[in-house]
Design a protein around this ligand. Structure first.
Ligand code: UDP
Length: 472
């Protein structure tokens, strides 16, 4: 297993964002939690250090916890392509979809367990019964039984789930059932995401959060945004050389790498309205659906451009489908009529440096007139809250945790049927056609995002961790 080094972040950097009284309450919770957890390591295990929502949140949350001297750690499991093909199959099934349609039988179970076995042995040399291990998502759940046998408390943080059940969800849960039995507590983003039959008194609901001070979300002025997007090749503009930004630890850095963009002609003009979806290249994010909806229901009526933006296709270790999904989008793009192709851009962002990637996403979300998240299923959808924090109107499908973020028409647009391209297009057009509306909805979105700041998130985790009995 690889250990990811996490810095420490003092909590008081959050005071200006939270306001004095909210911050004081939080600081009090944090110091009580630190005292209660003294001498107890909280070890997080997931399957990738970069790409996707879990890798996005862990560095920030762990840095705040370390800032109050809680001994939190982060380990990443390794796995071959065949292991991640199996876990992606489980992932898709838990979301209630077919995925690659491959088997989840005895051979797949053997491969899953064989990959995890040496890693749990490693892990057991690092933890003891007085510690807590938090396993993230199905990729790591198979570590639970051995931890249980060694009497180490296990929390399973499942970030995914479906709004209902079907044959696929049953198949996915059947695969995970033997490991679930070894879990002390299950943490989900929504109550309905808990597996059927899992004891309700061991389920805790903790929605994710957005960190306003992360490189992904920190304020950027309009000139920096334009310069950064021009340099990376995402909009037209004067190339003033590599733009600079500040890393999370305060050190200066430079954007050196450019985006890889599939487009016809130049990038969008500097003043063009942008519709932006930022997602991994995952079929459930439905980038292809956004492309078709834009081409059929938006383009031709405005001068807006669509940017579909994801990581470099080989950049997310635990996501084997990204190449195929990107290829599918590229084919659909090639099939568009010439005029529409000029307005649709498929961009892959550099992933070699996580903070460089983050500042580019930040600039894109800030430059967007409308942010889209047309997922077919979603655990939470961090991209939604990231855009809302940046005062953006989001047009998103009413699936999974997205409906907990956009709670009414005033703070964003929900499309009831995620396959309804006309409704999606109409919601985007409504925002593009009204010069006042994006700012109005964006302001309400920002207020709503204040419910999802790290203090709320960390307080829930502090409650949970301090409630776990300890062995010593
Ligand atoms: N993201 C990113 N660069 C990309 C694509 C996505 O940094 O090229 C980030 C995005 O900003 C968000 C996370 O990856 O923070 C995706 O989390 P989300 O909950 O939306 O979806 P997941 O990938 O976990 O299904």
């Amino acid at each position: 297993m690889e250990q990811v080094i996490v810095g420490a972040m003092p909590l008081d950097v959050l005071e200006p964002v939270l306001g004095e009284s909210r911050f004081r309450g939080f600081a009090d919770v944090a110091s009580k939690a630190a005292a209660a957890l003294h001498g107890r390591a909280v070890v997080n295990v997931n399957s990738t250090a970069t790409g996707g929502g879990v890798a996005e949140m862990l560095p920030t949350l762990l840095a705040y916890a370390r800032g109050v001297d809680i001994d939190v750690r982060w380990l990443v499991i390794y796995g071959g392509a065949d292991f991640f093909t199996v876990t992606k199959r489980v992932h898709n099934n838990i979301y209630g979809v077919h995925g690659d349609g491959g088997e989840l039988g005895r051979a797949q179970r053997r491969l899953y367990e064989k990959t995890l076995q040496p890693q749990v042995e490693d892990l057991l040399t690092m933890v003891q019964p007085s510690d807590v291990v938090i396993l993230h998502d199905p990729q790591t759940l198979g570590l639970a039984p051995m931890l249980r046998r060694a009497r180490v408390p296990v929390v399973w943080r499942c970030h995914i789930g479906a709004d209902g059940t079907n044959d696929y969800t049953e198949r996915g849960w059947r695969f995970l059932a033997p490991y679930l039995e070894a879990v002390d507590l299950l943490v989900v983003s929504r109550k309905s995401f808990a597996p059927p039959g899992f004891p309700a008194d061991r389920v805790v609901v903790i929605p994710p959060s957005v960190d306003p001070l992360a490189v992904k979300n920190v304020d950027l002025d309009a000139a920096t945004v334009d310069r950064l997007l021009a340099y990376t090749g995402l909009i037209q503009g004067r190339n003033g050389g590599p733009p600079t930004y500040q890393r999370r630890d305060g050190s200066p850095a430079r954007v050196d790498r450019q985006a890889d963009v599939l487009q016809l002609g130049p990038p969008p003009p500097p003043d063009a309205p942008l519709v932006v979806q930022v997602s991994r290249w995952d079929a459930l994010k439905d980038m292809a659906g956004v492309l078709t909806a834009f081409a059929e229901h938006v383009d031709g009526t405005t001068d807006a451009h669509l940017l579909l933006v994801g990581p470099n296709v080989t950049g997310v270790a635990d996501d084997p489908e990204s190449v195929a999904v990107f290829e599918d989008c590229s084919e659909r793009w090639r099939a568009l009529p010439h005029a529409e192709r000029r307005r649709v851009h498929l961009a892959c962002l550099p992933t070699a440096d996580t903070e460089e990637n983050a500042v580019i996403v930040n600039a894109l979300q800030r430059r967007a007139t409308v942010v889209a998240q047309k997922s077919l299923a979603e655990g939470f959808g961090l991209t939604v809250i990231e855009a809302m924090w940046k005062n953006k109107p989001v047009v998103a499908s009413a699936v999974g945790g997205i409906v907990d973020q956009i709670t009414d028409d005033g703070c964003g647009s929900l499309i009831e049927d995620p396959h309804d391209l006309a409704a999606f297009g109409a919601a985007v057009r409504r925002l593009l056609d009204d010069p006042e509306l994006p700012a109005k909805i964006g302001a309400a979105a920002h207020e709503r995002a204040r419910e999802f700041l790290p203090d709320v998130h960390l307080t829930r985790w502090a409650e949970l961790l301090t409630s776990l009995p300890r062995a010593d």
